[in-house]
Design a protein around this ligand. Sequence first.
Ligand SMILES: Cc1cc2nc3c(=O)[nH]c(=O)nc-3n(C[C@H](O)[C@H](O)[C@H](O)COP(=O)(O)O)c2cc1C
Length: 457
Amino acid sequence: MANKKIHFNAFVQNSPSPYSSGLWKHEKDHGTKHNRLDFWINLAQTLEKGKFDSVFIADVLGTYNTYNNSFDTSAKYAVQLPSHEPTVLVSAMAAATKHIGFVPTISTTYSQPYSLTRQLSTLDHLTQGRIGWNVVTSYLKSEAVNLGLPERLSKDERYNRADEFLEVAYKLWEESWEDGAVVQDAATDTYANPQKVHTVKFHGQYFDIDGPHLVEPSVQRTPVLFQAGASTKGKHFAAKHAEAVFSKHNSLEDLKRFVAEMEEKAEIYGRERGDIRVFPMVLPIVGKTEAEAYEKLKMLESYVSHEGVATLLSGHTGIDLSHIDPDDYVEDIQTDAIQVDLDYYAKDTTRKWTFKEALKHHCIGNGAAIFIGTKEQVADQFETWAIEGGAAGFNITQAYNPGTFEELIDEVIPILQERGLYRTEYEGTTLRENLYGKGQQHIKYSHPAQRNKKIPN
Ligand SMILES: Cc1cc2nc3c(=O)[nH]c(=O)nc-3n(C[C@H](O)[C@H](O)[C@H](O)COP(=O)(O)O)c2cc1C
């Protein structure tokens, strides 16, 4: 463990104050400038100074209208509305940086593998191998009705479609263009050797493909695959496909259980233990003293739009919280929305949560684990969750943007570096090398991108 290095991704979204409803009013939050390139360029440069692995950009394709069956409170409190597009930000940030990676969120439910693989391969070329993909299946009902479906697909079906989507995507990325296909030989008037460019023929339940990948092989070929799944089916999907899993945990014990489960499940799919890197979501809050850090949390809470939080949590859990008694306990049920946002409260083995308490916890940082205290105490918590808990790194959410990241970079990262727990230089030139180590530009041979298997129902 002595050589273990902690990785950080910045969890952001092209929307003002997406995870701390109401914090856009705080003077340190610049989220209202999300529609300007300089906001994103400055952010990427700041994060690169902090040697972050990536700018991880969440996304939704619809409104949060579960609460009171209306998007009024989403619009009023900016609950991920406006929701601007994530991938268009990447080229600008890449042009202003050299090392940091970019992980846009794109839904397999509302895109097509032939065009999406093209888009991501193009970005992987332009960034010279710094692209990842947060593979999501989408959870809002409002997305379906605007994107060609009469209603949201069941979670089972979303994951089946996602599984087939990736099966096709791997063929396009890994098998269509052989190494050495591009010769650019002026003497023979040959750009590419057609013998080495292959048609992908695929006829599945959801997709039909009969053509070659439109992009010559990029540095990584398959982008680094992130996924966040906490339902049984979601965990199987992650175990099969994800190189890194984005998760939420209410305790160190819960994290340990999750890491152990992912290791076991990875083996079912012929992958090696350690292939899947777990990234819990964390909000750091640093004060000069512990008391000051708690004062800061109180101050941050004074900016919260509470109905906005209820709107957000309703969308995440699929439960309309406008019709729930706040003193009721959060029930352990299955949801077709995001399972972990219920499990975080309903499956906590240390205590029971009422909806009122869950809403209070969710109000800053979207229900992330909050690491709070002096800079040493916050560094200790990262260390414990990484070394004892088995987290490979953390997706850092924010109270205010970019202030939360700046405080982490200025206060906590130097301590982690002194402890030998954080890089002082990037290990490689690609996102995958920075995650797995120098030399690992392509997806590992143990990954099913190299050999497909079906996931069980
Ligand atoms: C921490 C976390 C972050 C997520 N981010 C997004 C996102 O940005 N966009 C999205 O459509 N879904 C997102 N999801 C939803 C998941 O991709 C998945 O569709 C959802 O969690 C339902 O599957 P599950 O119940 O198996 O987790 C996120 C889920 C988690 C747990």
